[in-house]
Design a protein around this ligand. Structure first.
Ligand SMILES: Cc1cc2nc3c(=O)[nH]c(=O)nc-3n(C[C@H](O)[C@H](O)[C@H](O)COP(=O)(O)OP(=O)(O)OC[C@H]3O[C@@H](n4cnc5c(N)ncnc54)[C@H](O)[C@@H]3O)c2cc1C
Length: 268
């Protein structure tokens, strides 16, 4: 099927981590009045490489739907074609066009909203920013339905915690949004949490189960139950590189979580 390609115009670009060479981008699709998508979906960006070969890469949308605009959060992968095409300022000044198609993907919030643990490393934060903006818009009604939402965000160094101040401000504004930032290679001055995301996800699951008097591991669901009749009081949404995603999935499976409770997006 022929896909509709949109010209997305670069409206704003900011380096949000010098050390990780990570960039925040804001694009506008001038030919559309609105670009609707579900928070968490991705766009496919298309460009020709030096050999005239068409290259396509997926990038999670780092915002909730906002008119005809969308944000991306991309870090430079050494030797990589597309991430460098986007990150290289001289090649991509404001007003430049990139071609995209989409939105695509099923990494979206399950409805109705349940208590949720959002787990990300690196640029895996992009769809989580979309979820956070959709659940807790600055203007308009809160969509979190009073559920507890944890964002567990892990990186190596403090300078690689993208959108850190935004999430801190959101946690200060919304008592049911809990921002758990953890560093695996923190310097001495870091006073926050340390270690891998798996460790902190484990603590959240155990403390929540104890507070609500729920058994752990959770009792298994009858395999004959149709998917449409499965209801869960908590979901996990995981996004990042495969190693981390697998580690968290294994951890949650160990607590008896059902695979339908665990929604994930792998970048590699
Ligand atoms: C659904 C989906 C959503 C994605 N969203 C984002 C996003 O929001 N932000 C973002 O920065 N990336 C995202 N990615 C990854 C992105 O699609 C590209 O893979 C990444 O930008 C590298 O592309 P490249 O052309 O620069 O590198 P390539 O030329 O494709 O690869 C060069 C080398 O880097 C390795 N490599 C490829 N991808 C990665 C990676 N992510 N990290 C480390 N090494 C890698 C390859 O194995 C290869 O050896 C997403 C991927 C998927 C599948």
């Amino acid at each position: 099927m022929e896909r509709k390609i949109y010209a997305a115009r670069l409206d704003r670009k900011e380096c949000i981590s010098e050390s990780a060479q990570c960039f925040h981008f804001e694009f506008v699709i001038d030919e559309l009045e609105s670009f609707p998508f579900a928070a968490g979906q991705f766009v496919s960006a298309v460009a020709e490489d030096a050999n005239g070969k068409q290259q396509t890469r997926a990038y999670s949308i780092a915002s909730a739907a906002r008119g005809n605009q969308f944000d991306l959060c991309v870090n430079r992968v050494e030797g990589g074609f597309f991430s460098n095409h986007l990150a290289d300022l001289p090649d991509l000044p404001i007003g430049s066009i990139i071609n995209i198609h989409g939105p695509h993907g099923h990494f979206i919030l399950r409805q109705p909203v349940a208590d949720s643990i959002l787990i990300a490393t690196g640029t895996g934060i992009a769809p989580m920013r979309g979820f956070a903006q959709w659940l807790f818009p600055e203007v308009g009604p809160d969509r979190s339905e009073g559920r507890q939402i944890w964002l567990v965000y892990g990186t190596r160094h403090e300078s690689e915690l993208y959108y850190h101040e935004e999430f801190e401000a959101l946690a200060a504004r919304k008592p049911n949004f809990h921002y758990v930032a953890t560093l695996s290679r923190a310097g001495e001055s870091w006073t926050g949490l340390r270690g891998y995301v798996q460790d902190h996800v484990g603590k959240i699951v155990e403390q929540r189960a104890a507070a609500l008097g729920l058994p752990l591991p959770a009792p298994p669901i009858d395999p004959a139950t149709p998917a449409t009749e499965m209801h869960f009081d908590i979901h996990a949404y995981i996004c990042g590189l495969n190693n981390m995603v697998s580690g968290v999935r294994e951890k949650l499976a160990g607590y008896g979580w059902h695979r339908k409770q665990i929604i994930f997006e792998r970048y590699d």
